[in-house]
Design a protein around this ligand. Structure first.
Ligand code: SF4
Length: 122
């Protein structure tokens, strides 16, 4: 058996400190979704990652994700893989105290199917 966490879209993970790294392919998809040229998307919505090796999403002054609108992700269909993967493919000790995702016991086959849904092609 495996545990699969079902996201409840509470948006807590969109509000806590950290950085969302972006791949080149994600920048291409996000820019197209926002109907912007890539250079313009990069200028308006990204910053240098903390290790200076690539780009990360900008935060708003209060620390929440630049694409959070109220309680909705405004780029949900093309959101970065790092966002899709939490908390099933990465998390941190004690994450359950702030993340409202519901744990379900599932078979290994079902877990693979559900994980493929998170990480599959957009
Ligand atoms: S992953 Fe967890 S913290 Fe993020 S929106 Fe889903 S339930 Fe909330």
């Amino acid at each position: 058996m495996a545990i699969f966490y079902e996201c409840q879209r509470c948006t807590a993970c969109c509000r806590w400190p950290g950085q969302v790294r972006l791949t080149e392919a994600e920048i291409t998809r996000l820019a197209a979704f926002k109907q912007l040229a890539e250079w313009e998307f990069i200028q308006r919505f990204t910053r240098l990652a903390a290790d200076r090796r690539g780009l990360a999403l900008l935060d708003k002054p209060d620390g929440e994700c630049v694409f959070l609108e109220g309680n909705d992700c405004s780029v949900q269909p093309v959101k970065p893989q790092q966002c899709r993967d939490f908390p099933n493919l990465w998390n941190f000790p004690g994450f359950e105290k702030i993340c409202h995702a519901i744990p379900h016991q599932v078979s290994e086959d079902e877990d693979r199917r559900l994980l493929a849904g998170l990480t599959g092609p957009l």
